[in-house]
Structure formats: C-alpha cells, structure tokens
Ligand binder design. Structure first.
Ligand code: HEM
Length: 376
C-alpha cells in the first residue's frame, strides 16, 4: 500500500470515496488530529446497527467519547497497570521458550503459526484468568472472531461464536464475583470510580475488545519485526551484538510496517483538513500506515532505520484512545525477538518463500512466515 499512500499524500491528502462516502486522510498532521481531537472526531460506532461482535463493542472503550470514555478508561487502567504488565515478563519468557522448544531442533518453521500467533492468545487468556482446560476453546473463538483477517474455520458464523463466547464470559464473571482471584476480570469487578463500577455489558465489551484488539495486532508486530530484520541483515547483526537496541528497533518496525494501518472516526462538526472542507457527519478513515511514512514528519521515511530519533509514530494511536495494551505488546514483542535471536542462529527467510499479506485494509501482516536457521 505504501506507494499508493505516497501518491495520495501528494495529490489527494483528504479524499472522499464517492462509493462509500468515506473521507480518507493520509498526511501525518491530519491523521494525528483526527485521532486525537475527540471533540471534532467521534469514536462512536456510526449510525448503522452493529451486529454480532459489533454490538459487543457498543459499550466499549474504543467506541466511546468523553465523558464516558474517561470513566471507562480509568476503571480499566486500575487493573491494566504497567506494573501488572511487567509482572507477566517471566511467564511470557517461559511461554516463548516452550513454543520455541517445539521447533528449535527442526531448523525451519512458520513463525506466525508456531510463535507469533499462539503467544499473544495464551498471554491474554492467562491475563483474563481463563482456566488452562478452556484455553483451546478460547483460542478457537478468538480464531473465528479475527477470521476476517486470517483463516476461518469453514461454516461457522461469527454470530454463533460470539454468543458462545458471551455465555462463557458471563459464567466466568459470575464465578469471579463469588470467588475473586488475581486475574484481570476479578480486578475489573472490584474497580470503582466515584462509587461506580463497570456494568456486565461493559465488562463483556472489554473482554472481547482485548481479544480482538490485542491478539492479531501483536502477532503482526512480531511477524513484521522478523520480516524487517530478515530484510536488513546489517540490523540483525547489530541486534545480536547489542540486544539493548531491540526496543528502539521495535519502534521502527511499528512505524515502518504498522500492524494497524487505519482507524475510523465520524466528524461531529464541519471541519477543515489540509485545506479541504469535511462536512459534519462524515465518516473518516485515518491512515496510520500512511502517516507513519510521511516524509514531512520522518526524514527518509521509506527507509528502515533503527537509529531513527525522534520516532513519533502513530502506530498505537494518539491522544485519549492511545492503545491501552501498548506496554504489553512491546513487552511480548521484545521477549519474542530476544528469544528468536538467541535460540535460532542464522535466522532468515526460507529460500524461495512467497510472502503473502493478509487481505485487509486495517490489519497489516503476513499470512505465513516461513524461516530457516542453523540447527544446533
Ligand atoms: C487502542 C494499536 C496491541 C488493547 C489501540 C489504538 C491503536 C492500537 C492504533 C487506537 C484506536 C483509536 O484511536 O481509535 C495496537 C497495536 C498493537 C496493539 C499496533 C500491537 C502491536 C494491543 C494489546 C491490547 C490492546 C496487546 C490489550 C491486551 C487496546 C485497547 C484500546 C486500544 C483496549 C482502546 C483504548 C481506548 O479506546 O481508550 N490499539 N494495539 N492493544 N488497544 Fe491496541
């Protein structure tokens, strides 16, 4: 998509698609405004009737505006603190190593299937306190729910899966209410602000949001990172010598191959973006993937450069909706990449592998990532 973004930034930076009526926004400055000026650009789901998973999110963080958004967000940040996330590091490292134990001796693997996909799903399910024996079911639901973008088990509709999952979460919430544990659902149940607690629909919305917002995206960050490094052997070599550079390298991956390429808003009032008048009620698509390649903001934007500084990419959004899971995503990706670099020496793309991207204009990542390395 990147050459097309470049053309749009130059020739039609704020463009109305006559078929859908949506306004597409491509420049860094405009994308940043659309994401963060919440009084003008609303996150509420459009006027259409959301169904299935859409309905679940009607009461969720990512689809509400202030003042409700502020209340919801402060309730969940009580539970989702950086400290709670950091405490997961040893467990994430343990899981990563278990997954790599399964493949290390083989000398080749599909890193999406064998590491980048399962890792975030297991981490989220543990965070939510899903009992280990239910993890397969949980993973299956999350497969179906993200199936717009990855492989869908044939014949299963999103709506059936959604109602199964909702039933499961309702029962789990009930159990946690009578017997609280140390999991996220238990702390969400007891979180309180001004005497207010989350309602059950809000809790459900939040659990489902974590599934959808947190899994596919983290999978793609890990996959995209391996791809960026495989394409840049010099960088790979530097990271092997100096693993301390990994966090800044991952920020550059987030910019260069952003796992989320676009986000939606609705203009609540008439406004002007890059000199173009946009009417009240306009549905807007903010192209994060384009903003992150904008030469006005990033010198040599088309180059992958882990020394880039500053690197104010918009991969996690900007402003009040800034990704709640960013610390977790960064932690998982760092641990996964560290383990890959140390345990799979000579890691490179499988010769002759054809890399296919997922067919989605929102999520950016590979379907499969066949790699090889030297066996021990
Ligand atoms: C919001 C990207 C991982 C949970 C967002 C937004 C972006 C984003 C762009 C802003 C949405 C907006 O402005 O409307 C990403 C990327 C990830 C990632 C690129 C991985 C590399 C995660 C993870 C979790 C998560 C691991 C949870 C475990 C959320 C939530 C929101 C959010 C709850 C809504 C925040 C709000 O509306 O206040 N994410 N995300 N994300 N993300 Fe992430």
């Amino acid at each position: 998509p990147f050459p097309q973004y470049e053309r749009m930034r130059a020739m039609a930076p704020v463009f109305q698609d006559s078929q859908s009526g949506s306004w597409h926004v491509f420049r860094y400055e405009d994308v940043q405004r659309v994401l963060s000026e919440h009084a003008t650009f609303s996150s509420r789901m459009g006027g259409d009737n959301p169904s299935g998973t859409g309905q679940l999110f009607a009461a969720s963080l990512i689809t509400t505006d202030p003042p409700r958004h502020r209340q919801l967000r402060s309730l969940v940040t009580q539970a989702f603190t950086p400290k709670a996330v950091d405490a997961l590091a040893p467990r994430i490292a343990g899981l990563t190593n278990e997954l790599l134990d399964g493949i290390a001796a083989g000398g080749s693997a599909d890193l999406i299937r064998d590491l980048a996909y399962p890792l975030p799903v297991i981490v989220i399910s543990e965070l939510l306190g899903i009992p280990a024996e239910d993890r397969e079911r949980f993973k299956h639901w999350s497969d179906v729910i993200v199936s717009q973008t990855r492989t869908a088990p044939a014949g299963e509709t999103q709506d059936t899966t959604t109602s199964e999952m909702v039933e499961y979460f309702l029962a789990l919430i009930d159990r946690r209410r009578s017997r609280p544990g140390t999991d996220l659902i238990s702390s969400l149940l007891s979180a309180e602000i001004g005497g207010q607690r989350l309602t059950v629909p809000e809790l459900l919305g939040f659990c489902s949001l974590l599934l959808v917002a947190g899994n596919e995206t983290t999978t793609n960050l890990i996959g995209n990172a391996v791809l960026c490094l495989a394409e840049s052997p010099g960088t790979l070599g530097r990271l092997l010598e100096e693993p301390g550079l990994l966090p800044q390298a991952l920020e550059e991956v987030l910019r260069f191959r952003s796992p989320v390429q676009s986000m939606y808003r609705v203009a609540v009032a008439e406004t002007v973006l890059s000199g173009q008048r946009v009417p009240a009620g306009a549905p807007i698509v903010a192209w994060i993937g384009s903003a992150n390649r904008d030469g006005q903001q990033f010198p040599a934007a088309a180059e992958f450069d882990i020394d880039r500084s500053p690197n104010r990419h918009l991969a996690f959004g900007h402003g009040i909706h800034f990704c709640l899971g960013a610390p977790l995503a960064r932690l998982e990706a760092r641990i996964a990449l560290e383990a890959l670099l140390t345990r799979l020496p000579g890691l490179s793309l499988a010769p002759g592998a054809e890399l296919e991207r997922m067919e989605s204009s929102i999520v950016y990542g590979l379907k499969e990532l066949p790699v090889t390395w030297q066996r021990a």
